[in-house]
Design a protein around this ligand. Structure first.
Ligand SMILES: Nc1ncnc2c1ncn2[C@@H]1O[C@H](COP(=O)(O)OP(=O)(O)OP(=O)(O)O)[C@@H](O)[C@H]1O
Length: 257
């Protein structure tokens, strides 16, 4: 288990002999077992932040820590889910889910038991022997989440995982993820452009501002769980949404000024 900590992280990319300050002295903590959403306009460093936590991009200054341990590279303690479907097309659903545990040397019987249970929880049992191309986009993303969880990571890192889904499928996938999270309580860092999605899912929303990428504000979402889509129509939900949208519009206006 583990909290995700970003400790004074600065990230400079050097592109075409020009420095881009993607993250400027960003510090934040997603406490152990909490659901954190990172939002903000295009180019404010959301994906960079996730890649630093994943160990895919080294920070120029500062450090990311997971469960108190400094991140020095990718590792099985962190499960990743991206926007594009990243299932292995040549493997069946069950084989995709069992791929990581198989590499880790988990015995076949244990692996099958676990994948059966996870696929049943997600309503995917009848697709266990299907290939990814036989599934809808929403189902493929559910399988991608199941596959990340099958590796039993301490934390989940998700970059716009539902970005390619239509509204109805997206809302189903959000409920699926919150149900799963309520049962397993892994720390999650979830990047999204969608403010409704962030408020619906999160314990905390981290609002970033662009050029340079900075943390503008952390908003604690104090809405009761379990949440269902009716929460979207409550005044409390509307208040959180307004607060976050105003912050994003302010930062966009400041950047233009
Ligand atoms: N590999 C790279 N090389 C050079 N510059 C990069 C690289 N990756 C990102 N950047 C720049 O760093 C800044 C932050 O990018 P990043 O993708 O982290 O933002 P983002 O908030 O995820 O954006 P979006 O919402 O559009 O995906 C941008 O100005 C981007 O152009």
């Amino acid at each position: 288990m583990g909290a995700i900590q970003i400790d004074r992280v600065t990230k400079v990319y050097n592109a075409d002999r020009r420095d881009v300050l993607a993250l400027d002295d960003v510090s934040l903590t997603i406490p152990d077992g909490e659901f954190g959403c990172i939002v903000g306009g295009s180019g404010c460093g959301k994906s960079t932040l996730l890649n630093v936590i994943a160990g895919l991009e080294p920070p120029t200054e500062g450090a990311a820590l997971v469960g108190g341990r400094p991140v020095t590279g990718p590792g099985p303690d962190r499960g990743m889910v991206f926007q594009s479907y990243t299932l292995y097309p040549w493997l069946r659903v069950r084989e995709n889910v069992e791929f990581g545990p198989s590499l880790a040397g988990t015995p076949a019987k244990e692996r099958h038991g676990q994948s059966d249970e996870l696929l049943a929880q997600m309503g995917l049992s009848e697709f266990a022997d299907a290939y990814p191309s036989e599934l809808s986009g929403g189902m493929q993303q559910r399988v991608a989440i199941v596959r990340a969880i099958a590796n039993d990571p301490d934390v989940l890192l998700m970059d716009e995982p539902f970005g390619a889904l239509d509204a109805l499928t997206r809302s189903g996938a959000q409920r699926f993820l919150t149900n799963l999270w309520e049962q397993r309580r892994r720390t999650i860092a979830f990047v999204t452009h969608d403010i409704d999605e962030a408020v619906f899912l999160a314990d905390r929303v981290y609002v970033m501002s662009p050029r340079p990428g900075r943390l503008r504000k952390e908003v604690v979402i104090d809405l009761p769980r379990s949440r269902d889509p009716e929460v979207l129509t409550t005044p409390e939900f509307a208040d959180y949404k307004r607060e976050i949208l105003e912050l994003i519009h302010e930062t966009a206006a400041e950047t233009r000024a």
